[in-house]
Design a binder for this molecule. Sequence first.
Ligand SMILES: Nc1ncnc2c1ncn2[C@@H]1O[C@H](COP(=O)(O)OP(=O)(O)O)[C@@H](O)[C@H]1O
Ligand SMILES: [Mg+2]
Length: 243
Amino acid sequence: MEKLRINNISVSYGSIRALSDVSMSVAEGDIVALIGANGAGKSTLLNAIVGLVPLQNGEIDFEGEKICLPKHHQKLSTDLIVRKGIALVPEGRHVFADMTVEENLDMGAFMIRDQSVIEKRKEEMYDFFPILGARKKQKTRSLSGGEQQMMAIARALMSNPKLLLLDEPGLGLAPLIVQDIFNKIKIINEENKVTVFLVEQNARLALRTSDYGYVLENGRIVLEDKGENLLNNEKVQKAYLGA
Ligand SMILES: Nc1ncnc2c1ncn2[C@@H]1O[C@H](COP(=O)(O)OP(=O)(O)O)[C@@H](O)[C@H]1O
Ligand SMILES: [Mg+2]
């Protein structure tokens, strides 16, 4: 079944066109990767899915329901999109550095009214990321970059999303830490049945982890295929895998 469907969307910032006629889909249960150079429009695409940047054209469907339409049409607010079951871990993590780990996780649960559900969910996060449990009363700024990224993922999971969007989870982190984070993403996908759409600079790792991949160049999708086929694609190897 199709979880997310993007139909011919275009996005501009003033006179700069960031996305042109982008169409793609994410199947339920899959991990789908989006790869592309700096400035290709990857973050714009993820931000558009949660309604943070307006569409000029096109539409986005989640579970068969239209969630984003061009700005002159009615569309859902980001808040409502999150309530529908989509959570974004933004590029650069955007953690609240002066808050504790626990307070950051509370922020991710803004739509849950029942405090006992929030407490239970936090305990699940501390089980899954033991380092966060050990540091729950510490200010986030005292955490390492990798720990902050884990926390940003845990915060997104607090809303119990059906679709998790990850914008460069490995950015600025050492290769072993990035591998750790991708192992966690794989478990979230396989055991918690969360569909994942991720953007990653490390194209090799992203495609190895993914069922399906898209290549974005200058705001356009230029290639799509199964992850393993893209890894073996000569153009992808030359442009993104340093082969
Ligand atoms: N807030 C903004 N205002 C103006 N231009 C922007 C803004 N955000 C991104 N852009 C431009 O849009 C293009 C795509 O950016 P982005 O989506 O951040 O790419 P990526 O995530 O692939 O690096 C780039 O040319 C970038 O400079
Ligand atoms: Mg980006």
